[in-house]
Ligand binder design. Structure first.
Ligand SMILES: *Cc1c(COP(=O)(O)O)cnc(C)c1O
Length: 384
């Protein structure tokens, strides 16, 4: 190992998550695997083949750059969809490659039609409507103009989808707002259908909406966090818990394990300060282990004197400050620990486990943020 830590990515965990999601959404709903944020930190190039191996044929990216990475990683001609940013100058390549994209502004719509005419290739678009998220989407007031443009350009457009996104389906405090969004989406849908437009897929649900508002499941769901083995929030899990079968109360499995090794051991006398400054004074004679990961590797400085890691299957504490490249942990009460032993930062070792949630709780980061902040230069290794 010439890196100071590495991240394992479990294929079998992904498979279990998709099996559970499949049982939730039924056979007739497409699962689009959301791979924005470098596949929530797992690596687009790792996740696309794993997902295709378990039957996924639809991927959702945020940007054109991510979509092209997914396109290149795909071996099964999967559909690739962009939910967010692209430049008009990207349109030629995207349309040529058959990559679909959200359209939420007249500028993008008109430009897509122009490029499609020039290429004599239909642009695959997902029309995003504003229902209350107030980020992107065509307003209700835009409907006449929207309908007119779509209807008169059906030779240049494939209406791949009609979509929206909910503003916080993972928390009951947004219940009224989400209910209102569902109503507005259905009204927009009905209006366009009555005008005679047809869309290949209606889609609105993310992970939380899929679990907490099953009526949002429709033709396709866009699933990110749950496919990586996390509940959107503890609240979503609690909501779902009672309906989970007795023998499978924990159906979502984390894909990642983050591991390092002990770099060196040191004895410290009672009263000595450990590391920079004076944040930790040894309360007794101690043995510490140095681990070669620090805040430059995504182990937050906020975990100084707070963080926990696993060594020899036991939970041990970070002592002193997290530095750029290393931490010290207290192993005084362990025996037989030696240089080179495995250290688990996230994951299981023997009977104990450090979860992303527990790792994040002491730094107030949500799962989503913590995952996507794991630095790109830590090697990801796909395991069975
Ligand atoms: C991120 C995102 C999703 C997936 O959200 P999860 O909570 O990770 O399932 C779905 N739709 C859109 C538009 C998104 O931006």
């Amino acid at each position: 190992m010439n890196h100071t830590s590495y991240i394992e990515i479990s294929k079998s965990a992904y498979k279990k998550n998709i099996q559970f999601l499949r049982s939730e959404v039924g056979e007739n709903t497409t699962i689009s695997a959301v791979i924005k944020g470098n596949a929530y930190g797992h690596g687009i190039e790792n996740i696309v083949p794993i997902a295709e191996g378990v039957g996924i044929r639809h991927f959702s990216a945020f940007s054109a750059a991510e979509a092209l990475r997914a396109y290149n990683a795909s071996k099964k001609q999967s559909e690739i969809m962009i939910m967010g940013m692209l430049e008009n100058s990207d349109l030629v390549e995207l349309i040529e490659k058959g990559i679909s994209f959200f359209v939420f502004e007249f500028d993008r719509l008109e430009e897509a039609i122009k490029v499609s005419k020039k290429l004599r290739l239909k642009a695959k678009v997902h029309i995003e409507v504003e229902t209350g998220f107030h980020r992107t989407g065509f307003e209700w007031e835009d409907r006449e103009k929207l309908h007119k443009i779509l209807n008169s350009n059906l030779d240049h457009l494939i209406l791949a989808g009609l979509c929206t996104h909910y503003a916080g389906a993972e928390s009951v405090s947004n219940y009224v707002r989400v209910r209102d969004q569902i109503k507005k989406y259905l009204a927009y849908k009905d209006w366009l259908l009555e005008k005679g437009l047809e869309f290949e897929k209606f889609h609105s649900a993310c992970s939380a909406a899929t679990f907490s508002y099953p009526e949002t499941i429709m033709d396709m769901v866009r699933i990110g966090i749950a496919s990586y083995g996390f509940w959107p929030t503890q609240e979503t899990y609690m909501y779902k818990f009672k309906t989970l079968p007795e023998n499978n109360k924990n159906p979502l499995k984390r894909l990642i394990n983050w591991k390092s090794t002990i770099m060196s051991l040191k004895k410290v006398k009672m009263g000595d300060f450990i590391g920079y400054g004076s944040s930790y004074m040894a309360p007794r004679d101690m043995v510490i282990a140095l681990i070669p990961i620090g805040y430059s590797n995504g182990f937050s400085r906020l975990l100084s004197n707070q963080g926990k890691v696993l060594i020899s299957g036991k939970i041990v504490s970070v002592v002193g400050t997290v530095t750029m490249n290393s931490i010290a942990v207290d192993i005084t009460d362990l025996s037989g620990v030696k240089k080179g032993d495995e250290v688990v930062l996230i994951g299981k070792q023997k009977k104990n486990e450090i979860t992303v949630a527990s790792f994040g709780e002491s730094t107030q980061q949500v799962n989503y943020e913590l995952l996507t902040r794991l630095p790109l230069d830590i090697p990801r290794e796909v395991i069975a």
